[in-house]
Design a protein around this ligand. Sequence first.
Ligand code: ATP
Ligand code: MG
Length: 462
Amino acid sequence: MITAGSLNGMVGDFLFDERVRTERAELEKLGESAAPLFDRADTEALNALINEHDRDITGRLLVLDTSGKVHLDTDHELTGTVFESEEVDAIVRRGQSVSFGVHESDTGRMVNTQGILFTLNPSGAWNSYCSARLVSRDEVIGVLMLISPVTDMMTGLFSFRRQMILIFVLVALAAVAVGFLFASVLTKPVSDMTKVIQRMSKGNFKLRVPEKGAGEVRHLASAFNSMSEKLEALDETRNQFVANASHELKTPLAAMKVLIESLVYQPDMDKSLRIEFLQDVNKEIDRLSAIVSDLLTLVRMDAGSLQLHLETLCVGDLVEENAHRLNTMVRKRGQTLNIDVQDDCETQGDRGKLNQIIYNLMENAIKYTQDGGEIDVTLVREDGNAVFSVKDNGPGIPADALPHIFERFYRVDKARSRETGGTGLGLSIVKQLIALHDGSVRVESEEGKGSTFIAEIPIKEE
Ligand SMILES: Nc1ncnc2c1ncn2[C@@H]1O[C@H](COP(=O)(O)OP(=O)(O)OP(=O)(O)O)[C@@H](O)[C@H]1O
Ligand SMILES: [Mg+2]
């Protein structure tokens, strides 16, 4: 509004400037010729001079004395009256040589061009008053005044004012609209995200936010979505884990319930059968505790709380120990177990966890290979790694199962491995324990031709 006002004033000044300059100059010149005539009270000559000029200009000329009394009016109307105006005062009392002002015709009210924005009567008639002093012997003896119509100029100014106000209002509206748009472009995605986060915190991880907008907001949305995807996957894994774990725990419990119910409802059961049932219950308890300890290991690994207790040990000794532990099982199955320790592979490692790795891989080979099968266990040192491999001539693993073999609860043949007592946790634990030792594990297998599991663990010296 202030800018509009000052712009309006500037245009007003510009429009009037030329007119003011010419009127002042002409009037001053005329004043110089008229002053001696007025001084001599040569009314006739003064009339002739003024009327001659009146013909060339639009408006009316007045000659006033220093008290404001009109001595000559080219329109005759004001002759003899006292004419009070700012422009006369400026000359008589304030000692100016010329003055200029714009007045409303009806009321005589004066405005300045800067104030036109606030003038309320745009349809009125307007005059300009231009005055110049009459000087004789260095003394102001009167005032020469030109009153001329400036209505056209004022109408132009008023219409300019209207346009200015319109432009100002439009610009202000546009600024407000742009402000709203900007705020909504910027805040809408953020508030959408807040809503999604609130809904996610109630457990719904399937939600995503639209990746629109530009720059940082878009990056934020895409980072948020990839985080949501990971959360969803994590949630799914967790649910799967709980479901699988409960299922695995329920199986031995159900078996135990059947066995114990038989014992309870058949009190006169044959003694040898009773012992057999109790031995079965005992086996189920062993299975249950094995599953629970596997689950605990996994949970601890997930929480990052499973720590390595490092000591200097020979991996070769561990291989021999485990072969010894598994010997009874091998013999029972009529299998051949060949142990080939080419290097002791002395290293810094966690005895319990390395034993678990070796045992699990060897136990699998024995478990899944047919009676009378052959298992070759090798330990060599290669490029600073202890390379431990377990090769069998068992059923092998189908190609489509190979990528899943190290996943939790994954079993190739669900029914058959249940018979052998597996829960599908062994290899996933092996993989994580090896990773804890900075090593890696892989499998090479072909269906019907046997499998080879190869674990590589870096040898660390003290
Ligand atoms: N040497 C192998 N030959 C053929 N199949 C194997 C062999 N080792 C593992 N598998 C297959 O991989 C699956 C996963 O093995 P993993 O050791 O993880 O579980 P599991 O032996 O069934 O149960 P757990 O080891 O938890 O008692 C097994 O169920 C079996 O189908
Ligand atoms: Mg196993």
